[in-house]
Ligand binder design. Structure first.
Ligand SMILES: [Mn+2]
Length: 368
């Protein structure tokens, strides 16, 4: 595995490449052209400039998160082939610049959903959180009024303002897209891009749905072992692979995370490793918040997750995921929710500590 760190680009991220380079063990960044819109072709010049900037700072690009897939492809409308052509051109340009891993997702309308951006812990740190009662107050047919009804200044996270403006239109666009149709549209997309991925050795890594169930009646399909294996079988090319995100699959406690890693052996091209803490596991009253990375702060056994990655020979980029806001980073203007510097840096060193311990104890056993 290679330890990496997500970076949104110097125009958008409060974290600098210089800071990332100083995190022990981090050699690569996972980045994107944040000011492109889904469906747009990425130019070679823009990719080259981004790569140059990263390399000038002593790091390299380990992968892209994300090249977003536009709604036309997801719903499979008349424009999809044109947008798939753009996506293929983007992949060609990335491949020609030596970039071989692309994370993407296939979630309708919302990329992720939380109900609080800064829930305060007793120690003063803040985290992203999800509360089912807050979600239940929202009527998808009338978002404006629903947002006003939400108490305590809670805002729905994961919703880009420009998408909120055309939210009705987006819901309308997806109204005939059920889970099966969405799945078939995903397979259509993957089959179309696989020859390019084969040619340039680009690993596509689908990010799971977050949370791992339907929200506001919008279907979600990448959320369980059964569903992700179905996708792996539908397009068996190993370039069709997975971003294993423990925090997203883990929103559903029925997902056995270490077991999923084992059955996906060879198909995991990218790993997001983080922990969640459940305050209420009853579905109707569900409440979880993001935790720091260590096992004892949340519900996941992080040792078993890292161990499963180690045992299956995972050799792709791994990154710490959302962290708490700590050390006065809470109110820093412009900081991306969940993507502060300090707690993620602690996560990176913790994951490497687990990895080193597992690797050395395994080697010692083998030599006995
Ligand atoms: Mn993730």
């Amino acid at each position: 595995m290679e330890m990496t760190f997500r970076w949104y680009g110097s125009k958008f991220d409060t974290v600098t490449l210089k800071q990332i380079r100083q995190i022990p063990g981090v050699t690569g960044v996972i980045t994107t052209l944040y000011d492109t819109t889904p469906g747009e072709m990425w130019t070679k010049d823009a990719i080259r400039a981004l790569k140059q900037e990263v390399e000038d700072n002593g790091l390299h690009i380990s992968g892209i998160e994300s090249v977003n897939v536009c709604d036309s492809i997801k719903v499979g409308d008349k424009d999809r082939d044109m947008y798939i052509e753009n996506y293929i051109k983007t992949l060609e340009h990335l491949g020609e610049e030596g970039i071989h891993m692309v994370c993407y997702n296939f979630m309708p309308v919302f990329d992720w959903t939380r109900t609080e951006l800064a829930r305060r812990n007793p120690d003063g740190s803040t985290v992203l959180a999800y509360n089912q009662h807050a979600i239940d107050q929202i009527d998808p047919s009338d978002f404006g009024a629903s947002m006003e009804r939400m108490a305590n200044g809670q805002t729905l996270a994961g919703w880009e303002p420009e998408r909120m403006a055309k939210i009705k239109e987006l819901f309308e666009m997806y109204k005939d897209t059920d889970g099966e149709k969405l799945f078939q549209n995903l397979v259509y997309f993957l089959k179309a891009i696989m020859p390019t991925c084969d040619k340039y050795d680009i690993n596509m890594a689908i990010h799971p749905d977050d949370p791992a169930w339907s929200v506001f009646g919008l279907t979600r399909i990448i959320n369980s072992e059964k569903n992700i294996l179905r996708l792996m079988d539908a397009v068996p090319d190993t370039h069709n692979g997975v971003t294993f995100c423990s925090g997203s699959y883990g929103t559903n406690l029925e997902n056995d995370l270490p077991h999923m890693i084992r059955v996906l052996k060879g198909r995991i091209h990218f790993a997001h490793v983080r922990n969640l803490r459940f305050n209420n596991t009853n579905k109707a009253d569900l409440d979880f918040q993001e935790a720091c990375h260590i096992s004892k702060d949340g519900n996941f056994d992080m040792y078993e997750i890292v161990r499963a990655l180690y045992e299956t020979g995972f050799d792709g980029p791994i990154r710490p995921d959302h962290g708490r806001m700590i050390w006065d980073e809470v109110d820093k203007p412009g900081v991306m929710p969940g993507y502060g510097l300090y707690d993620r840096a602690l996560g990176a060193t913790y994951i490497q500590g687990l990895w080193e311990a597992i690797e050395k104890s395994e080697t010692r056993l083998l030599n006995k």
